[in-house]
Design a protein around this ligand. Structure first.
Ligand code: ATP
Length: 322
């Protein structure tokens, strides 16, 4: 008989309801009782996932928000043991990008115990700390890494508003962050090529296309194409920001439905304030240290980073009919 382990963030999950649903799913599919392991503030999932692997779990279910999913995935990367998702945060970035059920616990558990495995790419990043002693920290991310305004936006986003208003909270945060002047000078190298220098406000490195707030910013990014899609935002002045916001709303179909939107976008959908790059390895050096964001959580300040794709290194459970 097979056994699952579930890594639960008890702050995010109704434990009694989940235990009952788990027992029913185990009975439906003939699985042994699931190992129930809770995260703590100090260890948000690393030790728990290692314990699940040590116990020989056939699948590890992450029950929590994007931070919990990222932490569990970081440990499962390269092991072959599949990750199943029981979305319970506000973002659910990976589940959205994989078109998984967001609000049906029984369906999510059926997928965990009786789904099929889909290999996806994982982003790996080495962050060089800002304090100059050249220490590096290595992390994995599933959806995106960001720095510049993106990370500041996450820091400035009010959690209550995020819960109530979804992506509107980010629009408010963009306004707040833009009041600071914070252009970065950066040097980057893509796939070992020439070193480029540029000024920018934000760099987003995407493994999937949908960002927090469920906004599609990187329409071509696919989770298993072995490549990142990178977008560098370098707007000049107010018009540049308007162009970017219009472009994002255009890609999401919001602007396309209005005549104002069609007029603003015009015939030519190229926006000079946005640069798109594609590659497997990206090295970035910054003129001053910046807060870095991985899958929507902040990871401290870094003055340089190197990131690469670990292709198809994580199995994710998806429904058999997906
Ligand atoms: N037992 C616990 N008690 C208090 N805090 C916890 C506990 N377990 C985990 N945490 C904290 O929860 C955070 C992770 O939350 P998680 O990613 O599950 O949800 P979230 O960030 O609200 O998700 P989303 O961004 O999708 O809304 C970590 O900061 C971690 O320290």
């Amino acid at each position: 008989m097979s056994t699952a382990a579930i890594v639960v963030n008890p702050v995010k999950v109704d434990a009694d309801a989940l235990r009952a649903a788990l027992t029913a799913a185990e009975e439906r599919w003939g699985w042994e009782p699931t190992h129930w392991i809770e995260t703590t503030e100090e260890d948000p999932g690393t030790g728990q996932t290692r314990e699940a692997l040590d116990r020989g779990a056939d699948v590890v279910i992450a029950a929590g928000g994007d931070g919990t999913v990222r932490t569990v995935a970081e440990v499962l990367r390269g092991t072959g043991t599949p990750l199943a998702l029981l979305p319970s945060g506000t973002g659910n970035l990976l589940a959205r990008n994989l078109d998984l059920t967001l609000d049906d616990v029984d369906h999510a558990l059926d997928t965990a115990l009786n789904g099929t495995d889909r290999p996806i790419d994982v982003g790996v990043v080495e962050l060089r700390d800002a304090d100059g002693d050249n220490r590096t920290r290595r992390h994995a991310y599933l959806v995106m890494a960001g720095l510049g305004i993106d990370a500041q936006m996450i820091a400035a986003t009010d959690d209550d508003l995020k819960a109530k208003a979804g992506w509107l909270a980010y629009v408010k945060a963009i306004g707040k962050v833009l009041r600071d002047k914070n252009e970065l000078r950066l040097r980057y190298q893509l796939d070992g090529g020439r070193v480029h220098g540029m000024r920018a406000h934000t760099v987003l490195i995407g493994n999937c296309g949908s960002l927090p707030a469920n906004i599609l910013l990187l329409p071509e990014a696919a989770v298993d194409d072995g490549e990142f899609d990178i977008v560098v935002l370098r707007p000049e002045g107010f018009v540049g920001w308007v162009q970017i916001i219009v472009k994002i709303f255009w890609e999401n179909g919001i602007m396309r439905r209005t005549s104002v939107g069609r007029r603003l976008m015009g015939e030519n959908k190229e926006v000079r304030a946005m640069n798109y790059l594609k590659g497997r390895e990206f090295v970035l050096k910054l003129s001053r240290a910046q807060e870095v964001e991985l899958d929507g959580d902040l990871f401290g300040r870094a003055s340089a980073l190197k990131t690469w794709i670990d292709p198809r290194s994580l199995n994710v459970r998806v429904p058999k009919d997906a």
